[in-house]
Design a protein around this ligand. Structure first.
Ligand code: AMP
Ligand code: MG
Length: 334
């Protein structure tokens, strides 16, 4: 199959909608990462998404909607708190899980009786969903296990020959996937941290953070978010997360342990002799650059990547969550 890349504009939105109506899958930009979209109500389209990504079929997909009213089309029960949170955070990087109606196929929900919803903050993508008049199931547009794509070129690397169309909307502004929450008796529980932070949610309701967010799951633990149990976000090179707040101590450690095949992502690269790639001094910059830099490290043929650990505050928690999985829980504490 030939994979075309089209700039985002009205004509390409029409072409994408036409393909989606025919159960084809199309890569689309969102403010978080690029999504691999298909008709979320069609088992046939959803099957194509799982195949193109090589994603385990018990890992559920998020339904992307263009209007809050659509919750009533596809959710059996819409919590009042969900409406409050939607009013404040949608369109935006917040995904909410609710009991599903039977119109949502089991293929989409990974066999669960619940389904996840998000309204992305990308005007063209919202127009596309509106034009389709069905929700788009859209996981990140990478091969399962690799870092999520934050540019159309990275989607092409993973999906060429497998999908007919990539809509190029430039670089994603957040760079990390959405926050995923589920509703509990007192408020909400964060299953995957993202751009809508625990601090922001706790202004509205009691907010718990699932322990799998930073610890990972033991074999005996039940995964509340099935996606969290898989190896994730990993480049080919071996990643080590280095916990160290002192930039000089961090520089001394990596200078001692690097060779020509090492890449370093540091908050401050001044005294670092090894090759470095963009990272950032703030959690927001780290979120924007992490996945692109992990992919670039692979392009340089790196064997080992040292990344200075982010803080666990605010959006830092999302960076920490992705990084510790990219590092397969290999943490060096200095
Ligand atoms: P991705 O599509 O790659 O952004 O991943 C979607 C994430 O949302 C995965 O970690 C899923 O486990 C999680 N998710 C989606 N639907 C549900 C659901 N019904 N219950 C729990 N987690 C879900
Ligand atoms: Mg993903």
């Amino acid at each position: 199959m030939n994979t075309e890349i089209l700039k985002i504009e009205p004509k390409s939105i029409d072409i994408a909608a036409e393909l989606l109506r025919k159960d084809e899958i199309v890569a689309i930009p969102t403010e978080t990462v690029y999504g691999l979209a298909g008709n979320g109500l069609s088992p046939n389209a959803v099957k194509k998404i799982f195949e193109a990504k090589g994603r385990p079929n018990d890992n559920p997909l998020i339904l992307h909607i263009s209007s809050v009213d659509w919750l009533y089309r596809y959710a059996e029960e819409v919590p009042r708190l969900a409406l409050k949170l939607a009013e404040r955070f949608w369109p935006g990087p917040l995904t909410m899980i609710m009991p599903k109606k039977s119109i949502v196929p089991k293929e989409t929900s990974g066999g669960l009786d619940t389904v996840a919803f998000r309204m992305p903050n990308s005007p063209w993508t919202l127009k596309l969903i509106e034009a389709c008049d069905f929700p788009l199931a859209a996981p990140s547009a990478n091969l399962s296990g690799l870092p999520s794509p934050t540019r159309a070129g990275y989607v092409y690397n993973d999906m060429k020959g497998k999908i007919p169309l990539i809509i190029d909307g430039g670089q994603c502004s957040y760079g990390l996937e959405s926050t995923v929450i589920t509703f509990i008796e007192k408020g909400v529980k964060i299953l995957r941290p993202g751009g809508v932070t625990a601090e922001m949610l706790s202004e509205f309701c009691e907010t718990e953070i699932d322990k799998a967010v930073i610890e990972g799951l033991k074999d005996t633990d039940k995964a509340l978010s099935p996606g969290m149990k898989y190896k994730h976000y990993s480049p080919k090179a071996e990643v080590f997360m280095v916990e160290c707040d002192d930039d000089e101590v961090f520089a001394a450690f990596v200078n001692e342990n690097s060779d020509e095949n090492t890449i370093v992502l540091a908050k401050n690269s001044d005294n670092i002799k090894a090759k470095t790639l963009p990272y950032g001094r703030s959690a927001k910059q780290e979120a924007e650059t992490l996945f692109a830099s992990l992919r670039k490290a692979d392009e340089t043929g790196a064997k080992k990547i040292y990344v200075q650990a982010p803080s666990k505050e605010g959006i830092g928690l999302a960076v920490y969550n992705r990084l510790i999985r990219a590092a397969a829980f290999k943490v060096i504490k200095l």
